[in-house]
Structures are given as C-alpha cells and as structure tokens.
Design a protein around this ligand. Sequence first.
Ligand SMILES: [Zn+2]
Length: 107
Amino acid sequence: MSYSPKTGAACTCRRGVERDNCPRCEGSGWQIDFAAIRAKHMKWRAYFPVTYNMSPIDYVVSDKPMESKEEEALWHYNKSREHDGLKPLAELPYGVEFRPLYHNCKP
Ligand SMILES: [Zn+2]
C-alpha cells in the first residue's frame, strides 16, 4: 500500500467494518490529507511567450522533490531550443506563465 499523508486528526468512523470501508481514512483511523495528495500530484502547463528565436510553446510540468516545475519547464524549453540549434538558457525567459492543470487522479 502506498503512503498517504495524514492530517493528524483522528477519523470519526467507528472501528470495525465501518472503518475498513471508510474513504476518509482508508481504514487507518487517521484522516488522510487529500489536499496534500492533490498538491503533490498537481500538474501545471507552462506557457512560453513568443521570442525573437522561438514560437510560443507550452509544456506540462509538475513540482517534484528534486526538480521544481520551473526547472522542468526550462529543461523542456532548452531541449526545444537545442532542436532548433539554439544555445540553452540559464533561466526562464521573461513572461513565462504557469497555469494549474487539474486532473482526476486516484489518491
Ligand atoms: Zn475513517
């Protein structure tokens, strides 16, 4: 079973059958922090504006422990630049916009 973050609050379900079938705590007795799960699975679409060398382009990115969405977006952008024979950038160009993408993922 995968790890589910807990809110630290005890669940209101009763022990036994009710708890085993409880969607709020998944049988653990502690309420699961679904907001934290959603944040962890949250995806973003990064919109890059038109620049002198590049057409507008967008990528789907997410925040990870080892790599922020900004770093991931820059990595994708530099891959696209490389494809066009352009030098990689050290930071995101001015005007990049991140918009949240909501999707249904099973917590
Ligand atoms: Zn419960």
